[in-house]
Design a protein around this ligand. Structure first.
Ligand code: CO
Length: 651
């Protein structure tokens, strides 16, 4: 045992004497916990059963908001994010709330203008937020300036984060070493940080790096030091212990059902480990057990299907090998799976550090992890031996322009030049605070959304998420019917489903065979040869045949955006759309249409931007594959499209 942690006479009772220097704990179950394990799908109604009990534990704070919750709530859960804050505040009255704020990126994926950033912080504070855990993906604290002004004005706690990242397997090297981290901490303290958090989003921090790091930080600054270290690699419980020995003030944990895997270590073992020492949390483990019981019985059945159970192992050693956050790795896997390219994962792992280096060795955290990840996948899928960076995302262009801030080392000059060719803001990158080049955006957002945004909270939501935010406001105010997919499921429904699965597994389920449907006029006959055997097969399309007309080779094979696929001159069978000669622009990946840059009848030149497609939260500008006239636009802003869907035809 280190000199920092001493046993006092053991006393297991709830009213045991208070430790001299208790470790403070922040619970993350209601934000990072479900964001890490259950795709951020936690619903407010499933937090209420434990809310009052959580308030009794004695947490330093409970993380309830921010990060990806704002996005997923309005997009997938039909929940007003602001309402969650107000609702939980009615149940959790004593314990402060904490949120994850992406500095000038707020809770979205790009830098927003100062007026929006200021309004967001002001409204978050007014709706009940207490601790603003603020980070910038590049650790460029010029991106903190506006939100910190807002946090301070509201009289709230400003927690400044240092994103923990490595270029070597362990702490050190030329970029991310002890000096780097202590320098960042001092800068935060000078900015008025009430506490400093080391944010180890990938679980990279090794126990014997945590010890000297926390020691150095405690020496460098006076404010409390907070450690946020994901479990992903399996090191975090050991790292926590060494950080505690080094004198860390606050540790992040989750309740057991939300713990481990890509989330955080559980609180209960830590409580027991420290019991009776001078760093005893003072928590009553029986109270924690009651909360766990409620989660297990009433909440987890609704979420367990979201748990990635593709592997038995709860530790991802890929993180140790590739120094990338677990969330980013699962995004990459999903993205490749959706594109039928999962076999390319090895190439993606190889390409990733190259892309990161080209982009200035940036830390990998939202949104830079998506920026690096999506660009890596683009390179692997679309680059040719004689051309790298064939399809550069809009966000990489923004990064090259300086819109996210200053990178740890300079961006590859050749890539920067290529990315900024024809970039609308200018081909010369900026060096000032990024938000300085952004026009105010609230007024503009107001003029776009009009009365659909009833108050400032609605407007702030729309301004950050124009497409999905507008959809949500239409649901909220009864202008459109929310789809079944956003509705909550009840415990009874889950039980019924589980029983059917149980029966099926036991071989006791006999499903009634569906009636043979009638053939339609569109039925087509194919000759199919398997080895030397011959089959005659009739095929009749079902569902939305408009999305990918069967007469065109739209869905066949991997087709990058720029690939021109000639449509057959005449359709083989009656089709719901009139056949058109021309070159098809196909969706190179599944995603959502942000907007069409052109309308039907517009004349375009090869290379003109045609469609902005959002995939994995990145915007991709798809360009005209040839000269011609735009026709056959089948989708609108907000529509989801499958890979290979015909976005328009150039004829
Ligand atoms: Co986290």
């Amino acid at each position: 045992m280190s000199d920092q942690v001493k046993m006092t006479p053991l006393n297991y009772s709830e009213d045991r004497p208070k430790a001299k220097n208790p470790v403070k704990i922040m619970d993350l179950s209601l934000r990072d916990g479900h964001q890490s394990l259950f795709a951020t799908r936690g619903r407010t109604e499933d937090m209420i059963p434990v809310a009052e009990l959580m308030d009794e534990v004695g947490f330093w704070a409970i993380e309830t908001w921010g990060g990806a919750t704002f996005d997923t709530m309005h997009r997938f859960l039909n929940e007003d994010p602001w309402e969650r804050l107000r609702t939980l505040k009615r149940y959790i009255k004593k314990t402060p709330f904490s949120m994850l704020l992406r500095a000038q990126n707020l809770v979205g994926y790009r830098n927003y203008a100062d007026d929006l950033a200021y309004a967001f912080v002001d409204r978050a504070a007014a709706n009940g937020m207490d601790v603003f855990r603020t980070f910038d993906a590049l650790n460029d604290y010029r991106n903190f300036e506006t939100v910190v002004k807002g946090i301070k004005k509201a009289g709230k706690h400003f927690q400044g984060c240092i994103c923990y990242t490595l270029t070597e397997p362990r702490l050190g090297g030329e970029v991310y070493n002890l000096d780097y981290y202590t320098d960042r901490a001092k800068t935060l303290e000078d900015m008025g940080a009430d506490s400093v958090c080391v944010k180890d989003m990938a679980g990279l921090m090794a126990p014997y790096d945590a010890y000297p790091l926390i020691k150095a930080l405690k020496k460098a600054v006076r404010v409390p030091i907070h450690l946020h270290s994901h479990f992903t690699s399996g090191m975090s419980p050991m790292t926590h212990l060494k950080a505690i020995e080094a004198g860390v003030d606050i540790i992040d944990t989750c309740m057991t059902p939300y713990a481990y895997r890509t989330s955080h270590a559980a609180v209960e073992p830590l409580v027991m480990a420290l019991l009776g020492t001078n760093r005893d949390t003072g928590f009553d483990i029986k109270k924690l057990a009651v909360i766990n019981e409620i989660f297990e019985r009433e909440v987890m059945p609704k979420y367990k299907h979201l748990l990635d159970d593709s592997k038995v192992s709860i530790i991802d050693i890929n993180v140790l090998l590739h120094q990338t956050p677990g969330g980013m790795l699962s995004n990459l896997v999903n993205q490749l799976r959706e594109m039928d390219a999962l076999d390319k994962i090895g190439e993606v792992y190889k390409e990733l550090p190259r892309v990161r280096k080209d982009l200035g060795q940036i830390p990998l955290v939202t949104p830079t992890s998506q920026i690096v990840g999506v660009q890596t996948v683009n390179n692997v899928l679309h680059d040719t031996p004689d051309e790298r960076y064939k399809m550069i995302t809009g966000q990489v262009k923004d990064l090259c322009y300086g819109l996210y801030g200053k990178t740890a080392v300079p961006i590859n000059a050749e890539l920067q030049k290529k990315a900024l060719k024809g970039y609308p803001r200018g081909e010369e990158p900026i060096t000032c605070r990024p938000a300085e080049v952004l026009e105010p955006e609230l007024e503009k957002a107001k003029s776009e959304i009009g009365d659909l945004a009833v108050d400032l909270d609605d407007l702030i939501l729309y301004a950050q998420f124009p497409v999905t935010g507008k959809k949500f406001l239409e649901w909220k105010y009864g202008k459109a019917e929310p789809p079944a997919s956003v509705k909550p499921i009840s415990l009874e429904e889950v039980k019924k489903k589980d029983e059917i699965i149980k029966k099926a597994k036991a071989g006791k389920l006999i499903e009634p065979k569906p009636d043979t449907p009638a053939k339609t006029a569109a039925v087509r006959t194919f000759n199919v040869f398997v080895d030397n055997e011959y089959f005659n097969v009739e095929v009749d399309a079902t569902g939305d045949v408009q999305a990918v007309p069967a007469s065109r080779p739209a869905a066949a094979g991997p087709a990058p955006a720029q690939t021109a696929v000639a449509a057959p001159a005449q359709a083989a069978a009656p089709q719901p759309v009139a056949p058109v000669d021309g070159t098809l622009l196909l969706a190179p990946m599944p995603g959502m249409i942000i907007k069409y840059e052109k309308k039907a009848g517009d004349v375009v030149k090869k290379g003109d931007p045609l469609v902005v497609l959002e995939a994995m939260k990145m915007e991709n500008a798809l360009v005209a594959p040839c000269d011609g006239t735009v026709q056959g636009i089948k989708f609108a802003s907000g529509d989801s499209v499958a890979k290979g869907a015909v976005l328009c035809i150039i004829s």
